[in-house]
Design a protein around this ligand. Sequence first.
Ligand code: HEC
Ligand code: HEC
Ligand code: HEC
Length: 468
Amino acid sequence: MDQTKRFPPSAEPQPAKRVRLRTRVAQGGGLLLILGVGVLAIAFLVAALFGGIGGDRSAGLKVPVTPALVARGAYLAQAGDCAACHTPPGGHDMAGGLAVVSPIGVIYSTNITPDVKTGIGGESYGDFERAVRRGLLRSGQTLYPAMPYPSFSRVTDDDMAALYAYFMHGVAPVSNANKPEQIAWPLSLRWPLTYWRWMFAPPVRAFTPAAGQNRLVARGAYLVEGLGHCGACHTPRAFSLQEVALSPRDGDHYLSGSHFNGWFAPNLRSEAVTGLGRWTGGDIATFLGSGRTDKYTAFGEMGVVIQHSTQFVSKSDLVAVAAFLRTLHAAPDNGSATPGLSTSAKLVSDASIRSGLQLYGDNCSVCHQDSGLGAVAGFPALDGNPVVNAEDPSSVIHIVLAGGSVVQTADDTSALVMPPFGDSLNDQSVADLVTYLRASWGNHASEVTAAEVAAVRQALPPAASSAP
Ligand code: HEC
Ligand code: HEC
Ligand code: HEC
């Protein structure tokens, strides 16, 4: 497994920007420079003086630590997928060190075991609460939002107490010094992050269900918006990298799908073709609990989420998550499932579809069937599959190039494999093939170009990207 993550999940490799300062300043605009420096100095002072405000550093745990509390904290840590970032592959539980690649450089997740010297063993409940819900380090500096504290701000006091009890008493202390981030000055300065936090991280407030929300849906909303931080991948981000919506109350872009690093985390709203409109609540809960439904399987980053987190979430909580997702209505003009032309009608007219059909028959139909319906138990259907129909084809291209294997869970350890085709098919062939998948059977999504395939290929880890 790749040892790195990217932040934001939506960050694409940025071409180096050439910035040319046509310096009026040099032509006697020294006043501007002085003004600029002055504003920066004031901004710095404000951030330094007031940046750390929020929460109570000296607060202690108000409830007695019992085995039941520790066990509940362990469950919540799984629901929050803390291990995805704080336990690197092959590393010790929660001892940190995972490289998170961001557009400005590399950040490392920290050691959150109770080791006093290198971990959080010396932290009070208040310190822990401020880090997890408010994005504050002990020093008062702001954490990089690669740590999803804007979502965690919704976690209740009771759940925070259980998490703290677990991290202090249920996790083994491991000595592993935190690695300094690799970000060039001046971007390495943390104080500007304070402003980001002020602008984009919501205040910590007691979780209140939306008006008219039933208890099941409210529980689902709490898990999805909060600990589950599903929006970190499934909600689009703005230019300034914050998620454009942290809950349905912020608008219809919440969980409407987002691109990151050669993947597309699809729309989880109710669009019939590109969203979960045709999934039942039971399908969603089964998918999160086992990594598959009778039609589809999880892959890529979602497989990792299921493996480390949602497979351990209780059936009743998964049903709540599903019930909440079912309440996210389709965006007004996006939900209609107007059937496209039939495949045969397009065959005559479109050379790329014809080449795709040939490639499909040669390489894919043995497992996914001519009908595109796959086979029960592991070979997913491509017909009607939201990932195949997504506006952004990155995830389909990605799995065709790099292959995948069905998530192994505690209940099911069979490992069905989708072979990689990145070596045997060039960009144009993959484009033809994926165009064919997106136009066949009941699917109707746009054509894919060789350039789109090339872009996904470029973002693959080296081993999977050899062919042109
Ligand atoms: C998507 C990745 C990710 C997830 C999920 C995540 N973290 Fe973090 N966390 C980070 C990163 C990266 C940092 C360091 C950020 C920095 O250096 O500014 C961090 C920092 C922290 C810190 C501050 C550490 C210190 O040294 O004081 C705490 C505490 C923490 N995380 C707890 C948690 C808990 C508890 C969970 C689960 C509920 C969690 N994290 C989930 C990425 C993550
Ligand atoms: C680290 C990024 C990441 C996080 C966090 C994440 N997902 Fe996903 N998710 C993906 C990607 C990528 C896919 C597409 C691959 C697939 O379908 O398995 C996906 C697919 C899905 C699908 C299948 C959708 C479809 O159309 O096939 C569901 C349902 C889903 N996610 C629900 C969730 C829920 C609920 C959460 C929060 C508990 C969550 N995801 C958190 C990345 C993520
Ligand atoms: C040997 C059997 C096999 C062959 C051949 C095969 N696949 Fe797959 N495919 C699978 C399995 C198994 C999965 C589930 C993988 C996972 O969940 O990580 C899968 C997953 C997929 C997915 C993701 C769908 C989802 O919801 O999980 C797509 C898209 C896909 N295959 C397309 C293709 C294409 C296109 C070809 C031909 C180039 C192909 N497959 C050839 C077995 C196969």
